[in-house]
Ligand binder design. Sequence first.
Ligand SMILES: Cc1cc2nc3c(=O)[nH]c(=O)nc-3n(C[C@H](O)[C@H](O)[C@H](O)COP(=O)(O)OP(=O)(O)OC[C@H]3O[C@@H](n4cnc5c(N)ncnc54)[C@H](O)[C@@H]3O)c2cc1C
Length: 459
Amino acid sequence: MNGTGRANDTRGGAAVPPVAVVGGGLAGITAALALAEAGWPVTLYEARPRLGGATCSFDRGGLTADNGQHVFLRCCTAYLGLLHRLGSAGRVRLQERFDVRVLTPQGGTGRLRRAALPGPFHLLPALARYRLLSPADRLRAVRGALALRGLDPAEPALDRAALGGWLAANGQRESVRRALWDLFAVAALNIPPEEAALGPAAMVFKTALLGRADAADIGVPSVPLGDLHGGAALAAIARLGGRVRLRAKVDAVLPGPAIRVDGRRIEASAVVVAAPHGQAARLVPAEAAPDRDAWAGLGASPIVNVHVVYDRPVTRLPLAAVVGSPVQWIFDRTAAGGLGRGQYLTVSVSAARRWIDVPTAMMRQVFPPELERLLPDARRARVVDFFVTRERRATFRQAPGSGELRPGAATRWPGLFLAGAWTDTGWPDTMEGAVRSGLQAARLARRHLERTRAREGSP
Ligand SMILES: Cc1cc2nc3c(=O)[nH]c(=O)nc-3n(C[C@H](O)[C@H](O)[C@H](O)COP(=O)(O)OP(=O)(O)OC[C@H]3O[C@@H](n4cnc5c(N)ncnc54)[C@H](O)[C@@H]3O)c2cc1C
């Protein structure tokens, strides 16, 4: 079992058992760091041999691949804060100005680039010139954007409505949806728009595209995710005196609070459960969270990434969105993956129910030909490697009614808290949501620890 830092500590002179954080994804990492920064002893327990949770990397013959392309936006302020804490802020590339090329297999292209105007007018010039929509559809899109701006994402009725139905009812016909709304909704919510809850969709559109002008500038990692998050977190937590136990699967959360690992009870001054909802429902006692059985209703939605290595460069675009193709987004991963010659592209496919069980050999018959239609230079290149990463439970299903199933950070037990991108963060299941949940759980845990200390009369 790996471990770093100190096991037990004192704060203000009184010995306190460490706070136990269960789960070393971004939520657990954030909670552990925030508690350690505030001077509380903390131990992070992670079942796997690495930190980073749903964001990880692996080696493939000298190439470093991620389990799936991860993207963030400039409005992901909590996530950017985590990168700073991890010393990783210089290891991502954040666009100076939101700029997305949109490709089609028929050869038509569009470009969505923000202008130097204040929000929400910053995208109007791009929309006015967007060649993948007819002039009448551009007008429809503007009307749709105005209607979206009028929605309150926190309104419970929006959680029960579907995005697809709302778009249709607001004049956004199929052509507008496919060439505009779906591009961002599918990537952000990981569910087909007709099955997506309107509330989180409205939140994403309002915050990212219809709010501050710079909110949607796109950020991508320029190093493997395993280095950006997991590796950096191990070092950062140790630097702050926290402890990390890898390959340490927590079996139960017990009254006290305490946890059980390998059959052994470990006392804790507080417990933060930052595991995915399925595992959390098994760990958290029903007395602490009577609604825990309902969490299963959040379900799961898959993401598939198709990785293609060419013997030569096939595109200069760092990223592109695609309309009318199984390819949804393309990312150039050549430098981040450490490829010396040729080009390494990943194709990100969200809401990938259709692809999750398709054998790699069959996917190879679909995706490289499709890339040749989108990127003409790929026709002259040779595919030197092709592989697929599949995340069956990439996010929960952000379907109508899912919002009311997401619990807050507090439980009925005073010292037990929940974190994770699936909890009620106000954000979809994203890195930003995960970090926000970790910060909130840490805030509540600190309040609990301070109250306990005051009650026990510690100095
Ligand atoms: C392929 C893919 C692409 C994605 N793309 C994006 C994107 O572009 N942008 C974006 O913002 N988000 C994206 N996401 C979503 C994002 O990765 C997640 O929302 C976020 O990482 C979840 O973090 P978390 O800490 O809540 O959960 P997790 O990362 O799932 O971490 C939970 C951890 O708990 C551990 N654990 C579980 N049970 C126990 C136990 N009993 N004891 C100890 N440890 C336990 C697990 O091993 C895991 O490490 C993507 C996800 C995937 C899979």
